[in-house]
Design a protein around this ligand. Structure first.
Ligand code: GAL
Length: 679
């Protein structure tokens, strides 16, 4: 065992593999911040961690106490609390069952006992999270089986075994153990070790609208004008595959027939206040200008007849990045990095686990690291220009916190989509419950409301010609048939999207805390209330920054919403009523409702909604102090777009005391237009 920083230890077992997330992704830990935090020791005796080999695999056993609950493992759509479960972590684009297949499996887990562990492997690792017990082990002797069976199905926690990590192919492994004051602090330390959380460009927090994939230049103009005319907030306009001459696999070249003079279109869109984001994946078509150059730096298998670049080599990164720099210079603000997650058994595309790559990675390891390496390659294009980017990605793994990418899926179960936010937050990744089609007006509204309080608000209309609020029925939308009540539904959706825009200063400050302190901007309750047994399994309520609790409605669950309010006093944002926490409350909900609660002692800032965030946008703030006590708020002011925030930002501090609001010096980003106190 080796101490690396305060509260951070590396445990080495056997002969670890050479190519791992740490050695390949090379995180840049923020040691200064880590060492400024108090030191904590490992919460279990070192000698109780054991390892052993079996044919083709390496096993590590880590003690687990029956009181502990475990979270993490990456984006888990079908389960949140992982205690008592077995998961085989594999990158997969169609994680239909709760087996560990995921767009973003992360070999990492987090415990309510105030520590988390990163397993530094790129293998498809199996974790048994307390569901098996070795006969004759310490737990067996001490009768651990009697404890911890009070919740969940009887078989889930029964036995309360230790934690087992089974790693194929390896002859050893390194574990990184992060220990903190509580689980939020431990997670924050992991995020700081990863390099700190991302601070998106401020426009990234607005609405992203992805346009019809078969649309041409005229369709794009029509949509863009319609969005502005109907005053639907939108910051980012996403072009789907059809912008390229060939897209499965990709050429990364504009199709000049459908998009004649695309440069003019990009300039016009920029003049209308849109940032443009381009869809692509990393499989390089033979017609692509980068194909020949990339050939020596690619795997020995094709996907969709395209090369699979080995982004673990400097050459592949450089060639790919240099080409993309051209697109960025044309005015592209970001990319949607699709399909870097592989599809086993279902859609059956992807490279095989036995693929060989020039860097020495095999297909299995590459599947774990592919999305992360692809992100790294694109990020360097923007870093070079000193601008921030913001986009989407379909695969991520360890050390993802600093990356300006949010995960998404082709799956669509709404409960899974909401749950994804909770599991992602506990794994150092971000997830959007994007809105696509709907079977009804109600479904559309419920889905949009949940996306309002997510890391990224995405309307992915790639399958339909018109926005979904004009026609939610896909077939009719494609026929161009507008809903009879299109205006009314547009108005309802506009007010939800406006709520997102109101939250931007608040979210920007929350993201800054992610960057500075490693604390995720959107957190399931357990992170802030780890000792609250009722809060532990709750996956559909979360804290946005400090003091604001969102309990989005899940579609198909009736018109009543049960909400657990943690201890303390809360205010219902809609009614202003004061509520006592530490109990369940039930609320009748209509489609489009977004239950929000404000913790007593919070100074909440909401902005007047903008249609988009421009370079010089000054947010007109409405501040509300909740409760009788003095409270304060810090907002972040900077240029919102460059990487200069790394050298410091202006922290704007507002304080509300008995005499009213104490305002800071004038700042060009914010001005207060209204202040009130609710008691
Ligand atoms: C999928 C992706 C969708 C859309 C589509 C276009 O893989 O998840 O959001 O971009 O490709 O072909």
């Amino acid at each position: 065992m080796e101490k690396i920083a305060n509260g951070l230890y590396r445990l080495t077992f056997g002969e670890p593999e050479e190519l791992t997330p740490v050695s390949v992704l090379k995180p840049e830990p923020r040691f200064g911040e880590l060492n400024a935090r108090p030191d904590y020791g490992i919460p279990f005796p070192e000698e109780e961690i054991c390892c052993r080999r079996r044919a083709g695999s390496f096993l590590v056993e880590v003690p687990l106490s029956p009181e502990e609950d475990l979270y993490g493992l990456g984006l888990m759509l079908k389960s949140f609390r992982q205690t008592g479960r077995k998961k085989l972590l594999r990158a997969n684009s169609d994680p239909a069952a709760d087996t560990g297949d995921s767009h973003a499996p992360v070999p990492f887990y987090l415990s309510t006992a105030g520590y988390c562990i990163l397993i530094d492997t790129a293998r498809y690792v199996t974790l048994s999270m307390g569901n098996c017990k070795i006969r004759g082990s310490r737990q067996d002797r001490e009768g651990f089986e009697s404890a911890g069976t009070e919740y969940g199905h009887w078989w889930v926690k029964a036995g309360s075994g230790n934690l087992f990590i089974d790693i194929p192919a390896a002859r050893g492994v390194e574990l990184y153990v992060f220990c903190g004051e509580d689980m939020k602090d431990a997670l924050a330390r992991y995020n700081l070790f990863s390099g700190g959380g991302v601070l998106p460009p401020i426009w990234g927090l607005g609405v992203m609208y992805r346009a019809y994939m078969h649309g041409d230049r005229e369709r794009i103009y029509t949509l863009a004008k319609e969005l502005r005319k109907s005053e639907m907030p939108c910051d980012i306009f996403g072009l789907e595959p059809g912008w390229q001459t060939h897209f499965y696999s990709c050429t990364y070249q504009w199709d000049e027939e459908r998009f004649p003079d695309h440069q003019k279109m990009l300039t016009d869109l920029a003049d209308m206040g849109f940032k443009v984001n381009l869809w692509e994946h990393a499989y390089v078509n033979p017609q692509s200008p980068v194909f020949e150059d990339l050939k020596p730096y690619a795997g020995d298998q094709y996907v969709w007849d395209g090369l699979v670049p080995d982004f673990a080599t400097e050459e592949a990164q450089r060639i790919f990045a240099a080409y993309h720099a051209g697109l960025v210079r044309e005015g592209i603000s970001g990319f949607k990095l699709d399909e870097c997650d592989n599809s086993d058994f279902t859609a059956n595309w992807g490279f095989a686990d036995f693929t060989q790559f020039p860097s020495g990675l095999d297909g299995e390891q590459m599947h774990t690291l592919f999305g992360a390496l692809y992100q790294k390659t694109i990020i360097r294009v923007f870093e070079k220009e000193n601008v921030r980017t913001w986009g989407e990605v379909r695969n991520a793994t360890a050390f993802a916190a600093p990356n300006p990418y949010v995960l998404y899926s082709d799956l669509y179960d709404h409960e899974d989509f909401v749950r994804g936010m909770a599991s992602a937050s506990c794994s150092g990744i971000l997830w959007t419950p994007e809105v696509r089609q709907a079977e009804s007006e109600e479904e559309l509204l419920v889905r949009i409301a949940a996306a309002v309080v997510s890391p990224q608000m995405v309307i992915n209309s790639y399958q339909v010609k018109m926005p979904p609020w004009v026609q939610w029925d896909t077939a009719k939308n494609l026929e161009g048939e507008r809903l009879p009540n299109a205006d009314e539904l547009t108005q309802k959706c506009r007010s939800l999207l406006n709520m997102r825009m109101k939250l931007i200063p608040w979210l920007y400050a929350a993201y800054y805390t992610y960057y500075e302190k490693g604390i995720p901007p959107i957190r399931p309750l357990v992170l802030d209330y780890p000792d609250d047994q009722t809060a532990r399994p709750v996956y559909d309520e979360y804290l946005l920054g400090e003091g604001l609790l969102a309990a989005p409605v899940i579609f198909g669950k009736g018109d009543r919403r049960r909400i657990w309010l943690p201890k303390g006093n809360w205010y219902d944002y809609d009614t202003g009523f004061r509520l006592e926490g530490g109990q369940w409350m039930e609320r009748k909900v209509r489609p489009g409702d977004l239950p929000l609660f404000v913790r007593e002692g919070t100074l909440l800032a909401l902005a007047e909604p903008e249609q988009y965030i421009g370079e010089h946008t000054c947010f007109r703030l409405h501040l509300t102090a909740y409760g009788a006590e003095k409270c304060s708020l810090t907002l972040i002011s900077d240029d919102g777009v460059s990487c200069c925030y790394q050298k410091g930002v202006r922290k704007i501090q507002y304080t509300a005391d008995r005499d009213g609001l104490v305002e800071p010096e004038a700042d060009e980003r914010y001005c207060v237009v209204d202040y009130k106190r609710i008691i």
